[in-house]
Write a protein that binds this ligand. Structure first.
Ligand SMILES: [Fe+2]
Length: 235
């Protein structure tokens, strides 16, 4: 047996070397209008996560919130990364989250842009908090005016054994004609669900329609949603 294992190893190496080129290196194929969805899991959540949740709860206690796509929940205004509720310096937890989001933006963009191009981009970032109690949900919406948008799950809540879809983030087919011919294999007219986890960060194009299934677990689901506007630097 040992001698057969040693003989098999070189064949596996050769198979990798002779594998077809990646899609990106083919000159007879263009992947146009591809839709990047970037998911980063931080497990365990960062050490500042619990303090971030406390900050958001403090803000909720002093801010009536606003109504957008959210139903049955609270949403802050989109100045979460500008200053704290008292106008002082931005709390360190928000600074940490802002840096985390910025890093994820660069990593995502680096994967979809030509090599080195990401260094020519300047990013404007705004963010708002959501607290979604049991029964709360977000209707279908896009993030107008943002190139990339996303959510960081400060507290994804707890599962509902009777509802596997509780709190799922659902993305919809963005191509206008995509719904004309359903194909699971080709991804035509297929929705894509993400089951949130505490410490998860999800990035997607701002044009991409999405919604949040009703959260039916105990407690509340807490997220920070954000919008990124990108500008090409002149220098
Ligand atoms: Fe959204």
């Amino acid at each position: 047996m040992p001698s057969r294992s040693r003989r098999a190893a070189p064949r596996r190496v050769r198979a990798r070397e002779e594998s077809p080129p990646t899609l990106h290196s083919r000159d007879d194929l263009r992947l146009l209008w591809a839709t990047p969805i970037f998911i980063r899991r931080l497990a365990p959540p960062p050490p500042w996560n619990a303090a971030l949740e406390r900050r958001i709860r403090e803000r909720q206690a002093s801010d009536p919130g606003r109504q957008r796509s959210n139903y049955g929940g609270w949403q802050s205004s989109d100045d979460l990364f500008e200053s704290d509720v008292h106008g002082g310096e931005l709390a360190p937890e928000f600074q940490e989250l802002r840096a985390l989001i910025h890093r994820a933006l660069l990593d995502c963009l680096s994967a979809v842009m030509p090599e080195g191009a990401v260094t020519r981009l300047r990013t404007q970032l705004s963010a708002f908090a959501n607290v979604l109690p049991r029964g709360g949900y977000h209707t279908h919406h896009v993030h107008p005016g943002s190139h990339l948008a996303g959510s960081y799950y400060v507290n994804a809540g707890r599962p509902d054994p009777g509802n596997p879809h509780s709190g799922k983030l659902c993305f919809y087919e963005p191509r206008a004609g995509g719904a004309m011919l359903h194909s699971r294999l080709l991804g035509f007219a297929e929705d894509f669900d993400v089951l949130p986890e505490t410490g998860m960060l999800v990035l997607f194009p701002g044009y991409l329609g999405h919604s949040v299934h009703p959260y039916t677990g105990p407690g509340a689901r807490i997220t920070v949603a954000f919008n990124a506007y990108l500008q090409e630097s002149k220098t």
